[in-house]
Design a protein around this ligand. Sequence first.
Ligand code: NAD
Ligand code: WQD
Length: 369
Amino acid sequence: MLNAHFPAGSIFSVHIFLIPYLCHMSEMRKVIVTGGTGYIGSHTVVELQRAGYEVVVLDNLSNSERSVLEGITAITGVQPAFLQIDICDRQALTDVLLMHQDAVGVIHFAAFKAVGESVEDPLAYYANNVGGMISLLQVMSVLNMDNLIFSSSCTVYGQPEVLPVTEDAPIQPAQSPYGNTKQICEEMLQDAAAAGLFHRVISLRYFNPVGADPSGLIGELPIGIPANLMPYITQTAAGLRDELKVFGGDYATLDGTAVRDYIHVSDLAAAHRIALERLIEKRHATAFETFNIGTGKGSTVLEVIHAFEQMTGVSLNYRIVDRRPGDVEQVWADTSRANQVLGWTAQRTLEDMAASAWKWEKRRVESKE
Ligand code: NAD
Ligand code: WQD
């Protein structure tokens, strides 16, 4: 041991002994989470805090509420640091990241995510999702910050020819401006990594995130009429919607309804922590890596409905209607790479997803009464 060369208790022995320890501690500690008050971000903050990380949340609250921080604190007993900023504001972002330059990594969730809205207002989506990413990458690069996890989506695959879909499947022309922003961001990351601006970047391609923390204290906060299946189911069960429309009953699937790979948001959150640790520990194989994050199992819309009914004892008023334009017939993940290379596997079942989503919905309804 180095300090053995100095008399016990001398200033040298204390410093030389402590410095590597303190550096290691700070190296292992702070993580920046953009979009950390959002749906997936808030569950990832919980996961990181539980693993002992200090989390700094950056969010402009454009699609989330400050009260989410109270939910996180109630679950973990730790209040995350919160800075309300727009990541597109490069000066504000620089000021904030300068204060937290010692962070071991950045998990980047902040983006707009509504497919339909992106068709109506594409420029807002390119400005926020692509503009926000450029701003983040430039500031991180100037400050020599590395270790970035990016929120990508299975939407980049469109309708794959081969199922389950692997990360090497061809990227299909985007079906929406939203989907295109994910493709553009992945390309930017690849180019920035190839140029040597970043050495460690992981893009996680999520399949269909659903469910909520088992406490029911945080969950998805859809604004207006939900576009996604699970919040529509829970709102119908809660009596907030009259009827659930099942889009399409004539697909070439088990029961004629479309197939997706639903993944519990807490499993997804764990994948972020594990991916970040791969980068921190420099176990990455290439500067830019991609991983599918799903269960590896497809479920039809009717299977989701029946799992929900069975789990909760609530029967749903649903009706099969025409297909929704733009929907793919079926997609589910080949998760071998995430399982073998990351060492991550989804743990929770469709029933867990339904039960937690319902607990969260009931809590929200009760809190409004
Ligand atoms: P969300 O809307 O709940 O969370 C995003 C958060 O980012 C919100 O809190 C919002 O206020 C914030 N934000 C948006 N623009 C910002 C900006 N310019 N500056 C600061 N904060 C900003 O969405 P989510 O479901 O948690 O999704 C997180 C990420 O995962 C997004 O990038 C989304 O595209 C991606 N993704 C989501 C899904 C899904 O089905 N939920 C699937 C695949 C990928
Ligand atoms: C799932 C299934 C619907 C609502 C979207 C985005 C994708 C990704 C995840 C971000 C489909 C059916 C739905 C309803 C229904 N997000 N459905 N009645 O479309 O797979 O993916 O979210 O990256 O980019 O496109 O998810 O939850 O909308 O639909 O029958 O009221 O449920 O047709 O088959 P989707 P979803």
